[in-house]
Design a protein around this ligand. Structure first.
Ligand SMILES: Cc1cc2nc3c(=O)[nH]c(=O)nc-3n(C[C@H](O)[C@H](O)[C@H](O)COP(=O)(O)OP(=O)(O)OC[C@H]3O[C@@H](n4cnc5c(N)ncnc54)[C@H](O)[C@@H]3O)c2cc1C
Length: 386
């Protein structure tokens, strides 16, 4: 691994100054307060403003097509994190849009892509269902062909940002008789279609997500993504980028794993605790040092291993950080008397969903066992009675 520092060119330094200035201006206290209150990880004004300034298009496009260089992309990601910009809806939108480029009808792409890159159109993920999400190929939401259209019925759980999205990337069962993985069809369903209903739910870390219901939703065939009953290939493409198992470029500047932005929030929390903890106490110094070392290890682990280590480190370390500070560490941000302004307390609540969304830690551990360690499929049958 190459740990050398990247020398920024004059243009890169100027780019960094510009991004920082734009974010300082746009990520106002009101934007941060809105995010804290709503838990949406999205702010329409900010999203549209960054779209207007061309950042969304440049983030989406390859360098050869006018997009960021690898260094600029890295700078942009780090500055977005540093500014605490409510931002998760854009990576989701971008991930779906990249899959659409490979599988969607060119006319549909021409219809929606300019507006995606301008920030006016956002996309959300409709995979998980109330009866279970890990085995996503078992979805029960039905799509039945009706002439040039499809009729969709079902429900999806945890459709994050559905209330801010214009389309949901929806996986359906289009042939209940066909074998698993050969019965799925993917759609990009307009959220303003009659029969789509969105119901908000809040999670333990304050995030807003949704249950979405689909009752006799009529969707034109032009919104089908990929082949009829070929949805598994489309879904796999999108899941590979969500899982962070895609090939990385040679510059070594891409994120090593998904969710590194979460562990950077934990790095801030560790700094916050270190600023107020009695560090001359050897036990405190030892525990803080261990937290920092685990943080570095999580930040340095690639792909699925990094994904697991990030969430596990957050889960293991947040209670330790709170323990160092005592009872006042259980008070949340902006509360009088909070030991570290709620930094560790927030990581404690965030760590749990970080190990669930985008695939649970158990599922990732199974995938590491099978795909990296070659240990074969787990055996779920009951133990043999002797
Ligand atoms: C905040 C939040 C936002 C989300 N956003 C979205 C979104 O935008 N779109 C979307 O489609 N989904 C979203 N999800 C859903 C998320 O992807 C699922 O919660 C996750 O994949 C797990 O599915 P499940 O909740 O149905 O749990 P289940 O699949 O029912 O699993 C329950 C438990 O059993 C374990 N388990 C299941 N199968 C196995 C196995 N084979 N081996 C070992 N253990 C197993 C799991 O690890 C888990 O602990 C979100 C979830 C959260 C919490």
């Amino acid at each position: 691994m190459d740990f050398s520092r990247v020398e920024l060119s004059t243009e890169d330094e100027e780019f960094q100054r510009q991004v920082r200035a734009d974010l300082d201006r746009l990520v106002t206290e009101d934007v941060i307060a809105h995010d804290r209150e709503t838990g949406e990880n999205f702010h329409e004004g900010l999203h549209l403003a960054l779209g207007d300034l061309g950042y969304l298009a440049r983030d989406f496009n390859r360098e050869a097509d006018g997009g960021f260089s690898a260094v600029q992309r890295r700078i942009f990601d780090l500055e977005i994190g540093r500014a605490h910009a409510p931002w998760f809806h854009w990576p989701t939108t971008m991930m779906v849009a990249r899959t659409l480029l490979k599988f969607a009808d060119p006319d549909l792409l021409a219809e929606i892509m300019p507006s995606v890159l301008a920030g006016r159109t956002r996309l959300c993920l409709g995979y998980t269902e109330p009866e279970g999400g890990s085995d996503v190929a078992t979805v029960k939401t039905k799509a039945v062909r009706d002439g040039d259209a499809w009729i969709i019925n079902g429900a999806k759980m945890f459709t994050s940002n559905a209330h801010n999205a214009q389309y949901v990337f929806l996986i359906t069962n289009s042939d209940p008789e066909a074998p698993k993985h050969k019965n799925l069809t993917m759609f990009l369903v307009p959220m303003d279609s009659p029969g789509v209903e969105v119901q908000g739910i809040r999670t333990v870390d304050g995030d807003r997500t949704n249950i979405t219901y689909y009752s006799d939703v009529r969707v034109d065939d032009k919104y089908r993504i990929g082949e009829v009953n070929g949805g598994w290939a489309v879904l796999r493409d999108a899941l590979n980028s969500e899982h962070g198992t895609v090939e990385r470029n040679a510059e070594g500047l891409e994120k090593l794993a998904t969710m590194t932005e979460h562990i950077l929030l934990m790095a801030e929390a560790v700094d916050g605790v270190a600023a107020v903890a009695p560090v001359d106490d050897d036990a405190v110094a030892y525990r803080l040092g261990r937290a920092a070392a685990r943080l570095e290890a999580a930040l340095s682990a690639p792909a699925m291993s990094g994904r697991v280590l990030i969430a596990q480190t957050m889960r293991d370390t947040a209670p330790e950080l709170m323990d160092i500070l005592g009872a006042a560490a259980s008070l949340p941000v902006a509360t009088k008397g909070a030991a570290d302004d709620g930094g560790a307390e927030y990581i404690f609540r965030l760590a749990s969903p970080v190990g669930i969304y985008g695939g649970t830690l158990e599922i990732f551990r199974n995938m590491i066992a099978q795909q990296i360690l070659g240990l074969g499929r787990p055996n779920y049958s009951p133990p043999i009675k002797r």
